[in-house]
Design a protein around this ligand. Structure first.
Ligand code: SF4
Length: 419
């Protein structure tokens, strides 16, 4: 129940809404009123469009901050969302009765926004997730800087699908959408998101390796995207750029995608440049390690030398690169080779500003092919402190060509992905 005298901030931004109550509770929504996330009773929640809700919190244990995260069960989701519904309903009614104070802006506007949020109550969110699932195949994973991208599934699944540590796409065969299917997908995506497209500034071409398609198929895909969506013109800077963005709230700044390095070699610099001319901006490569024996153990048909070739080609074509390295994979047996060869590989790459290096701490999934093979090979996993030490050793060994403009480096926690 909303207490008389509470202070409420209903904040309307260009692409999202938030409701803060006495600063202890903050709920965020897209502009249609769908719940995106919350800070509630000391814990953080993020809701995906597929209705998954991830809870995160931390606590002090022996003076150390320990972080936790987990998915809520169906019953927990119902309970949490019912509490949010009651809060919004109470606020809405209290605002109409003048029992709460709106901190900024007009009370009438706040009331209208709360009415919009009320339309997306728990049941409406469940129905919306059904609709989302009719538009998309499950979205396996995205790079962390692309969590808010607009995903377009030009292909489904992974055309290799046999790396022992990866089960993102085991549930479906690789297939490319036909041009007609992809246009229908674009129309369905536009209709689903509507005005909330304004929240998304990049396009991510899914799933695992859409860029493996031959160039003529990719040109058709990229051309269809450009017919459907507006892109920020290149060369705009400063005030002109800001004014253009304000005038076009729904626009995109580029297209991004994963690519595997073992099939990427088939495309030339000219082919990648033609995609760059069609707004491709950064390509993400899950290279995992520069240690070839470890790649063989992982059943990934790649080699460090191929990565060097692919990255040089991408950079020569004017594209940015996002590398994903795994930390802890291969356990103690492969640790020294993994660190040494990955440093050698990264130092051979022309990486700089705009490029990214992600460190993904390896999470062994019980029952996975990796787990079976690791047990058979008697591999001892690295402990969390050993994994942290491995990441530090990798980073300490990197030498970039322009030390004053290095690539950005960050952690990549796969558990945090939610769409
Ligand atoms: S190529 Fe990538 S997506 Fe495909 S199985 Fe290997 S790690 Fe997974």
């Amino acid at each position: 129940m909303t207490a008389t005298g509470q202070q409420v901030l209903v904040h309307e931004k260009a692409a999202s809404l938030s409701v803060a109550v006495d600063t202890f509770t903050v709920l965020t929504y897209d502009t249609a009123g769908r719940l995106l996330g919350a800070f509630w009773r000391g814990r953080h929640y993020r809701r995906g469009l597929n209705h998954r809700i991830r809870e995160k919190w931390s606590e002090r244990v022996d003076g150390e901050r320990v972080r936790h995260q987990r998915d809520l069960s169906e019953a927990e989701k119902r309970d949490l969302l019912a509490q949010f519904d009651r809060l919004i309903e109470d606020l809405h009614e209290a605002l109409a009765a003048g029992r709460v104070t709106v901190l900024t802006g007009e009370a009438e506007r706040a009331w209208a926004l709360l009415a919009r949020i009320r339309r997306y109550d728990r049941l409406a969110l469940e129905r919306d997730a059904e609709r989302f699932r009719s538009v998309y195949q499950p979205i396996g994973i995205l790079p962390p800087d692309q969590y808010l991208a607009l995903v377009l599934q030009a292909t489904e699944g992974c055309h290799w699908n046999r790396c022992t540590f990866c089960d993102f796409y085991r549930d479906r065969p690789f297939r490319a959408q036909s041009p007609a299917e992809f246009r229908a997908h674009l129309a369905a995506v536009r209709a689903y998101f509507g005005e909330t497209l304004a929240l998304r500034k990049s396009i991510f071409l899914g799933d695992a390796n859409a860029l493996v398609l031959p160039s003529h198929r990719l040109h058709a895909v990229f051309d269809a995207i450009q017919e459907a969506f507006l892109f920020l013109p290149e060369g705009l800077t400063g005030k002109d750029r800001a004014a253009w963005k304000r005038a076009h709230p729904i626009h995109f700044e580029g297209i991004y995608s994963f690519l595997d390095t073992f099939s990427a070699g088939r495309k030339t610099e000219a082919e990648f440049r033609a995609l760059r001319d069609r707004h491709l901006r950064r390509v993400y490569l899950g290279i995992e390690t520069g240690h070839d024996p470890l790649l063989r153990f992982l059943h990934k048909p790649s080699a460090a030398a191929e990565v060097v070739e692919v990255v040089r080609t991408l950079k020569a074509a004017g594209l940015q690169v996002g590398l994903i390295l795994m930390v802890g994979i291969g356990g103690e047996r492969y640790a020294a080779g993994h660190v040494e060869d990955t440093i050698r590989l990264v130092n051979a790459l022309p990486l700089g500003a705009g490029d990214l290096i992600y460190f993904s701490e390896f999470l062994e999934r019980p029952g996975s092919e990796y787990a079976r093979q690791a047990t058979a090979a008697d591999l001892r996993p690295l402990s969390p402190p050993q994994q942290r030490a491995q990441r530090a050793a990798l980073q300490a060994g990197f030498r970039f060509r322009e030390p004053e403009h290095p690539p950005k480096m960050a952690a990549y926690d796969l558990r945090e992905f939610i769409y």
